[in-house]
Design a protein around this ligand. Structure first.
Ligand code: ZN
Length: 1003
């Protein structure tokens, strides 16, 4: 009773805030003719603009978005440049524009101007301000030059037309003010509701799909006859050969037809015209009202195989979205086949365009997603540019639910990767988003869901705005239960259909209907990159009461509810209980049940949790175990829910001393990420006739305070050092480096900022034919990075110390060094190609230095090298070297002095050194060719010496470099005497850090 009373009060409250709501009304009349020879639209538009705002308007902002395609200066062009598409260099015939504009208001010409920054926005100063409750009529002719369909959403591919965002249209004015926005590819729209009356004139043999209800009965019978024909001839159409069918258009009829479409309560109008379209027609009965909606599929013969059941997909999508959110309000739904560049599909009111799909299932998911946008975009008209998750994310939540409802046993992700060849065993449709999001979050490359569309990295635009939102609303649905969740969504739909809801409106409705505080969702999960990690601590049977006490803990930074289930041996859920969202530690009481085999947090992966390895506890009579059966698989795969997956990968290596090494790696590098990772790779050395290799084990944890993540691990390596001419005894090393790595970036960091602190220790044994040595060392390194689109900065500070002992001569050597490197990268070209300039400063100072009296001093093992670390100087065994026997090698790591020259003259200091290294990518294709110059000063023991060199090189990422010096200072010797030794190779490769490398690419 109390709950009901509260509910009524809430409804009264919701009703109250709803009463103050207002929005503008725009009613359009458009006449347009398609010239399919010159690819132009000739149009006349008139719209009535009714000011429902409580304030007077003195200007209007009008979007004329075809101008986004006009040249390289538009916001669209600048965004596409970042993706490697340059509007400034493509053939002008492929560009688009809007011209012939001559605005009149209530019949009188007005003065207007383009927005100072955006030629796709027009500003009209109103001679007579528009008072509240008053309306005006704006008219103008317009000509659209239709751009190539390969650029973005508006376009044509041959005579296939996708006419979208094509007419002058006012920006939204709402209670937050005007929202004039330039057209973008990554970033969607915001439009006023109203009515459309559009007349489209095209050559008679075009098949047209459009927003709105068709008014011409002859055209309606033409479409019906096409649908009849397609249905009868379907197998024949599928069997038609491809190629010419796809690409050739029948000649255009000389006669014309004018099609009229009318529609109320929509905020946009799009149309698609193609002479090749085949047509399927269907109908779906809505779940609540029982009303029938007509469904249409328009597709080219080349795609008939995948499209033959498209009506089923459109019908099912319309049915389920109606059921879960509220009935579809319009009379028709259309999906058309089109080759657009903006993702898999694009939504417009009542009509969607779908890109090429490789399988029928993929097509179904895209169609359902785009049809679903009728709810989240079409009917609930949020500001997509600003709060993209309100349409894309909410729609993805429904899409995930659709696939899980219709195909409960789907293995969509498993089937997708290499046709299911890898061991991806139980990954379903929702796991695509789950894995992608969690991967980005683990490597700290994610951004908050509530991010402006243009500020998202392209990886995050998909993984966060779409997928993470979908996942967290699946989490909410799991928490509330389907029934209550559906009530929330229905209420939101009733209150905000044909309106402009904001995030706070959605939160108010969902909290009001559910009666729960949802700050953990609308705050933590949407506004921040806070992470989820729940842990099951204990499950204890309480015999006298016949119950189980289960203790769980919230280890993450999201104050969310934890769902705990008891499961039987087959994995079926017996009972589920939820904790209170704000409790860090909770105790749940489960009824005793002899079938209980284990307790698990979120066994169906409905919570996008970073660490799922602490989610289960097995019940074995009185014994509780956290064990899972093991499974060994080839190469790579996924971590199945109730198994421990171990993978094995064949390994091969090569170096000077070991010759070829063959072996195997046993590891758990699978999907999704595991906090405990191991990689053990013993390899047989054909050079030394014994076993060497690498092993590394680490654990990553995500503390609530301080560091974002802490990785603890140990790396062990053993490789050969030198040839053994006598075959007596092999020289090799065995090094163990335990380490702690702190990711110190806070969740509120600016984008692209990184701060890592690594503390490392070293225990190392080197075995030589005549002697043995032992070294102990420690190293502290802090690396801070600041990455912007055209600029990046990296600052490194390092303190290291090593002490070494010779077994035979009881000799001791040591070094303590402090060093820093500062590096800046700037894009110096970005109009036609992106090329960067890199400047690095290095300074190193030995606080203590004792080379000892024997082996170490002869080779400068602890000296500061002007060249960078050679194999013999890689004391901490951090890199892979082809030759560790000598400093006179070809291969160096690009650290210390970083000189890009060979080694026919050693240049080292036992005291201090400082260098400047400049590298510029040459403005030629591809971007791997560089010019370099190095300058340095150092104390050579006698005095201060200066060196320089310069030359050309090849640089592949930051991983491999090959450098050819052309000039060098005289004190470096004669460059051309033995040129081969002047060529230098750098290699920076560590397979264990690959996920981090990937993360920097994704940033
Ligand atoms: Zn979408």
């Amino acid at each position: 009773m109390l709950k009901n009373l509260l509910f009524l009060l809430l409804i009264a409250f919701l009703g109250n805030s709803y009463a103050q709501y207002w929005q503008q009304q725009v009613d359009y009349r458009i006449d347009v003719k398609l010239d399919d020879k010159t690819h132009r639209l000739y149009g006349e538009i008139a719209f009535d603009y009714l000011n429902n705002a409580p304030s007077t308007l003195d200007s209007l902002y009008i979007h004329v978005w075809p101008n986004a395609y006009k040249n390289g200066n538009s916001a669209l062009a600048k965004q596409l440049e970042g993706e490697g598409k340059k509007l400034s260099t493509i053939d002008t015939a492929k560009l688009g524009s809007m011209s012939a504009l001559a605005f009149k208001i209530n019949g009188s010409a007005v003065s207007w101007s383009y927005h100072p920054k955006h030629e796709d926005i027009v500003i009209i100063k109103l001679a007579q301000p528009l008072a509240p409750g008053k309306s005006l009529t704006l008219t103008t002719p317009f000509i659209v030059k239709i751009p190539s369909g390969s650029i973005s959403r508006l376009g044509h591919i041959g005579q296939s037309y996708q006419i979208t965002q094509w007419y002058p249209k006012p920006a939204v004015f709402d209670h937050k003010g005007w929202h004039p926005i330039p057209y973008l590819n990554q970033g969607e729209f915001y439009s006023e509701y109203g009515s459309f009356d559009v007349s489209i004139t095209v050559p008679k043999n075009y098949v047209v799909g459009a927003t709105g209800e068709l008014q011409n009965s002859t055209e309606a019978s033409f479409l019906d006859s096409l649908a009849q024909d397609t249905k009868i001839r379907m197998s024949e159409i599928i069997a038609l050969p491809g190629g010419t069918l796809r690409d050739s258009f029948p000649p255009s009829a000389s006669e014309w037809k004018t099609l009229r479409y009318m529609q109320d309560k929509v905020h946009d109008f799009a149309w698609f015209a193609d002479k090749r379209y085949k047509v399927l027609k269907g109908s779906v009965k809505l779940p609540e009202s029982g009303r029938n909606v007509t469904t249409w599929a328009l597709f080219t013969p080349a795609n008939a195989l995948n499209w033959q059941n498209a009506i089923e997909y459109i019908n099912d999508g319309t049915y389920y979205y109606s059921k879960w959110n509220g009935d579809y309000p319009y009379s028709a739904v259309t999906a058309v086949d089109g080759t657009i560049s903006a993702g898999g599909g694009m939504e417009y009111p009542m009509i969607t365009v779908i890109g090429n799909a490789s399988t029928a299932r993929e097509l179904e998911v895209v169609i359902v997603h785009e049809v679903g946008h009728n709810w989240f975009y079409g009917i609930l008209g949020s500001n997509e540019r600003q709060h993209g998750w309100m349409d894309e994310g909410m729609n993805t939540a429904n899409e995930m639910r659709y696939v899980a409802t219709k195909y409960p046993d789907n293995q969509d992700l498993s089937d997708m990767v290499l046709g299911g060849k890898l061991h991806l065993n139980d990954l379903d449709h929702h796991d695509m988003g789950d894995i992608f999001y969690r991967f980005l979050a683990v490597v700290d490359a994610d951004q908050p869901i509530e991010t402006h569309s243009a500020d998202f990295s392209s990886a995050n635009y998909g993984a966060i705005m779409y997928q993470k939102t979908g996942l967290i609303f699946q989490y909410l649905r799991n928490y509330l239960g389907d029934e209550l969740y559906d009530q929330c969504m229905h209420r939101y739909y009733e209150l905000y259909q044909f309106k402009h809801p904001y995030p706070e409106d959605m939160q108010r409705v969902v909290e009001g209907v559910s009666g729960r505080k949802l700050d953990w969702l609308f705050g933590d999960l949407i506004q921040t990159t806070n992470i989820i990690d729940y842990k099951i601590k204990k499950a204890q049977r309480v015999e006298p009461l016949n119950t189980y006490t289960v203790k769980v803990k919230n280890k993450g930074s999201v104050a969310g509810p934890i769902g705990v289930s008891s499961l039987d041996k087959a994995g079926n859920i017996l009972e589920t209980q939820w904790t209170n969202p704000t409790d860090t530690r909770s105790t749940l009481i489960f009824k005793g049940n002899p079938a209980i085999n284990e307790f698990a947090i979120d066994p169906n992966r409905n919570i996008p949790e970073l660490n799922r390895s602490n989610n289960r506890i097995l019940v074995n009579k009185a014994l509780f175990k956290k064990l899972e059966p093991r499974k060994l698989e080839f190469m790579l795969g996924d971590h199945e829910a109730n198994k421990t997956n171990v993978f094995w990968t064949p390994m091969m290596a090569f170096n000077h001393s070991d010759r070829t090494m063959l072996g195997v790696a046993v590891h758990n590098f699978g999907l999704p990420f595991k906090p405990v990772q191991y990689f053990i790779s013993p390899m047989f050395s054909f050079g030394r006739k014994t076993v060497g290799g690498v092993a590394e084990i680490s654990k990553t944890c995500f503390p609530t305070h301080g560091a974002r993540s802490i990785k603890t691990g140990i790396s062990i390596k053993s490789f050969g050092i030198d040839d053994d001419p006598n075959g007596q005894r092999q020289s090799y090393y065995l090094a163990a480096t335990p380490y702690l790595k702190f990711n110190l970036v806070s969740d509120t960091r600016p984008k692209g900022y990184a701060n890592d602190l690594t503390i490392k220790a070293l225990i190392r044994r080197d075995i030589f034919p005549t002697d043995m040595s032992t070294e102990y060392g420690a190293k502290i390194n802090q690396t801070m990075q600041w990455n912007k689109a055209k600029f990046s900065y990296e600052s490194q500070m390092q303190l290291e110390g090593v002490i070494g002992y010779q077994d035979q001569v009881f000799d001791q050597a040591n070094v303590i060094r402090i060093s820093t490197s500062q590096q800046v990268k700037i894009n110096y070209l970005d109009r036609k190609m992106t090329r960067e300039f890199k400047l690095r400063l290095y300074g190193g100072f030995n606080l203590a230095y004792n080379p000892g009296s024997s082996y170490y001093n002869s080779m400068g093992r602890y000296s500061i090298s002007m060249f960078g670390t050679a194999g013999y100087q890689d004391v901490f065994a951090e890199n892979y070297f082809f030759n560790r026997a000598t400093v006179y090698g070809v291969q160096y790591t690009d650290d210390m002095g970083g000189f890009r020259t060979g080694s026919n003259n050693l240049r080292m200091s036992n005291y201090w050194a400082s260098t400047v290294n400049a590298t510029i990518q040459l403005p030629i294709q591809p971007n791997m060719f560089v010019a370099f110059a190095d300058f340095g000063v150092y104390d050579n023991g006698v005095g201060v010496a200066a060196l320089y060199n310069a030359g050309l090189g090849i640089n592949l990422g930051d991983i491999v470099g090959v450098y050819f010096p052309l000039v060098q200072s005289v004190n470096m010797g004669d460059l051309y005497q033995n040129y081969k030794t002047s060529i230098r190779l750098t290699l920076r490769f560590n397979p264990f850090n690959l996920p981090y490398k990937l993360s920097t690419l994704l940033k």
